[in-house]
Design a binder for this molecule. Structure first.
Ligand SMILES: Nc1ncnc2c1ncn2[C@@H]1O[C@H](COP(=O)(O)OP(=O)(O)OP(=O)(O)O)[C@@H](O)[C@H]1O
Ligand SMILES: O=C(O)c1ccc[n+]([C@@H]2O[C@H](COP(=O)([O-])O)[C@@H](O)[C@H]2O)c1
Length: 214
């Protein structure tokens, strides 16, 4: 199975690392690829440089060699459509099932993604709970779930894509936008960040400027 975790990671936080860790355990993965995007489709562009986002992702994932970083979206200057990335991965690994990990807020808006129905047939979707984001599928997502909902993670490796699994686990309250705002207001952000990421943010004075996006 090829499992990927796409995000803006601006910055990567412990909520991301928590869900990635839970996903690796539940799906018995030998690798989970973080895929930082370059040009987010549905939100403002990152507040900091690609180099800084990538450096923090490297620091936050360094403790586990099963976490890898796939930089392909950073090399494109067009919108970071997940379908393109998944199609490339499928072409590279035609015999492997594909898994895309996301939080509940992403799942609730999945039917707004570019060619979402092609995405959900190409890969399995694995969803993690997020505090403040209740399960709220649209009618289109409910229809998808009628045939896609899967309760056994073992089933994911038995077919190439098309299933949706809700990963159990403790929700973790953290959001990159909250962290960026807190830093700008000189408030504490320690509970949400890996120590090395916090040190990097402080050393490079990230997210302090009022010109940074929030
Ligand atoms: N605390 C969390 N719990 C569950 N899922 C999360 C959490 N934080 C992020 N995610 C999920 O991780 C993916 C990447 O998230 P992203 O990098 O945009 O971080 P974010 O915290 O949502 O950022 P922002 O606050 O700027 O919107 C998304 O699918 C999102 O739903
Ligand atoms: O392909 C799309 O239309 C699409 C729309 C919204 C989000 N995504 C992807 O979903 C992942 C999480 O997005 P975000 O905005 O929460 O960082 C990230 O990999 C995005 O590129 C993809």
């Amino acid at each position: 199975m090829i499992a990927v975790f796409g995000g803006t990671f601006d910055p990567v936080h412990l909520g991301h690392i928590n869900m990635a860790t839970q996903c690796m355990a539940a799906l018995k993965l030998s690798e989970l690829r973080f895929i930082p995007n370059a040009v987010p489709v549905h939100k403002q562009g990152p507040a900091i440089t690609t180099e800084d986002r990538l450096a923090m992702l490297q620091l936050a994932t360094a403790h586990d060699s099963r976490f890898t970083i796939d930089q392909r979206e950073l090399e494109r200057d067009t919108p970071s459509y997940s379908l393109l990335t998944l199609e490339e991965l499928k072409a590279e690994h035609p015999d492997q099932a594909l898994v895309f990990l996301m939080g509940m807020d992403s799942f609730n808006s999945l039917d707004k993604w570019y060619r979402w129905q092609d995405i959900v047939s190409l890969c399995h979707i694995v969803v993690y709970q997020r505090p403040g984001d209740a399960f709220a599928p649209s009618a289109a997502l409910q229809t998808y779930l009628k045939q896609a909902h899967c309760t056994e993670p073992e089933h994911l490796s038995t077919q190439p894509g098309g299933l949706c699994y809700f990963l159990p686990g403790q929700p973790f309250e953290a959001a990159s936008s909250t962290i960026r705002n807190a830093i700008k207001q000189r408030q504490a952000v320690e509970p949400w960040l890996n120590n090395t990421v916090l040190e990097y943010i402080q050393a490079h004075q990230l997210y302090l400027s009022s010109s940074d996006n929030t």
